[in-house]
Design a protein around this ligand. Structure first.
Ligand SMILES: [Zn+2]
Length: 462
């Protein structure tokens, strides 16, 4: 039994069912779970570890619902800087084909280090290429050492160029092998229990890189074991055209045919969805990983997030792969989500005024997407808010800093409106991953040096 007491935070944001924000707040944690939340005076006076968080804000840990950790090795690649999705992919596939198991490990640590320093406590990653003996185990083992909760997606590509797909034939796998490995990973790593640190997700990459049969088989395997399903969907107009031409359906209708709609499914992007398709998401319980930075970076479009929320679609945030962002900063993603939603509202309501003008997304709504929203998308009821019984996953930021100067009349909004910061503490299951602005579980200078060496080798074609 171990206990942790945090007290005297300037404000503690619970994101609980009443959205309480508690001045002079604190938390009492036992064995990784929250036992009490409230004003500091109401909490127990003793614990194994006690931290005084005067001048800090405490927030529920951010949940990242879409990423490709390995892409941290190919950020800002010159030839892929100014390309749209399909050309960006075609430029990067040959570089990614050189990835080795140790590259998967290094890039996982780098991405998780960045995420932890930006307040993230749970990350979902989508790994869909396995060249040169790389396995999802490489990512999971490296992730465990950093200590964030990880929803590791066993991605896949099976539709190579010669079959009408986008990826080169050298990067696709045989479908039987994909399904056998998927089953092995679920049996080895998936933890369905409250407080799980590792879960497995099945995630064929996209409609343009796998066959309909693999989508169907993956869904049936996932449902046999009760694990979630994930893929990219309705990201660009190119993809929509590809689906209509090749399958005769728009992307969402294609998913419906494949039995890929349900509460156990979430889609990355969903930029190009119409009103009827949003209703389909709402009716079937599908979730959406909204990746605003990536959508802007690749000029994919602006996802209709306000319309989704109005229809009670589950929406979380994702930084997406670091070759299309090119960072893994969750607080920045929260800010981008708020800003781009406002831009869309403005564009749609330019001719309206007064009561008819579309409502603007607020800072608190954006934070909710990054916390409760992400938890719902991943199918977790034990994270996303600070309440008794929930996992002790949170971050703390010292408000006395240049970045927030002049904004302390509303510290919660300051976190979103002001420039994104690195956090002071990140705690996962009661364990400090970041403390005093430093990663506890990683030797950062050494990691960055190794990471840059690996990136150089990949780009130079060795
Ligand atoms: Zn992606």
């Amino acid at each position: 039994m171990s206990t942790l007491l945090l007290r005297h935070a300037a404000i503690l944001v619970t994101m609980d069912d009443h959205r309480r924000e508690i001045p002079d707040g604190g938390l009492f944690v036992r064995d990784g779970f929250i036992e009490q939340v409230g004003p500091s005076d109401d909490l127990p006076g003793e614990a194994d570890e006690i931290l005084d968080l005067t001048d800090h804000i405490i927030m529920p840990g951010l949940v990242n619902t879409h990423h490709h950790f390995y892409q941290t090795l190919t950020r800002a690649v010159p030839k892929a800087q100014n390309a749209n999705l399909f050309n960006w992919l075609k430029t990067l596939y040959p570089i990614w084909a050189r990835l080795r198991p140790e590259d998967i490990r290094i890039s996982t640590r780098t991405a998780l280090a960045e995420l932890a320093l930006s307040g993230c406590t749970t990350a979902s990653d989508h790994l869909y290429l396995f060249p040169n003996g790389a396995r999802l185990d490489d990512e999971i083992e490296a992730g465990m050492e950093v200590g964030l909760r990880l929803h590791a997606s066993r991605g896949s590509m099976s539709l190579g160029e010669s079959q009408g797909g986008l990826p080169p034939d050298s990067l696709v796998e045989k479908e039987d092998a994909i399904l056998i490995d998927s089953q092995r990973l679920i049996e080895k790593y998936h933890d369905p229990n409250s407080g799980a640190l590792t879960q497995i997700v099945l995630a064929p990459c996209s409609p343009f890189s796998v066959t309909a049969e693999l989508m169907r088989q993956s869904a049936s395997l996932a449902r046999k074991y009760g694990v979630h399903l994930h893929t990219h969907l309705a990201e660009t107009e190119d993809e929509e055209l590809f689906c209509v031409e090749k399958f005769g359906y728009r992307p969402v209708a294609y998913m419906e045919r494949l039995d890929w709609l349900g509460r156990d499914v979430w889609f990355a992007h969903s930029v190009h969805v119409n009103h009827e398709e949003i209703n389909t998401y709402a009716r079937t319980g599908c979730g959406v990983a909204h990746c605003p930075t990536s959508n802007m970076r690749l000029a994919s479009g602006i996802a209709p997030i306000q319309e989704m929320l109005k229809n009670s679609v589950k929406v979380g945030l994702g930084v997406d792969g670091s070759a299309s962002n090119d960072g893994s900063h969750m607080l920045e993603e929260v800010r981008q989500a708020m800003l781009v939603a406002r831009l869309r509202s403005g564009l749609r309501g330019a001719s309206l005024s007064g009561d008819e003008a579309p409502a603007l997304m607020t800072a608190r709504q954006a934070l909710e997407l990054g916390t409760r929203g992400g938890a719902a998308v991943l199918g977790r009821t034990d994270i996303g808010s600070l309440a008794p019984g929930q996992c002790a996953d949170f971050y703390a930021v010292n408000l006395n800093r240049l970045d927030y100067a002049g904004a302390l009349h509303d510290p919660v909004a300051a976190m979103v409106f002001c420039a994104p910061v690195r956090v002071d503490s990140t705690v996962v299951g009661g364990r400090f991953i970041v403390k005093d602005r430093h990663l506890v579980t990683e030797d950062l200078p050494n990691l960055v040096e190794k990471h840059n060496r690996a990136a150089k080798r990949l780009l130079e074609g060795q």
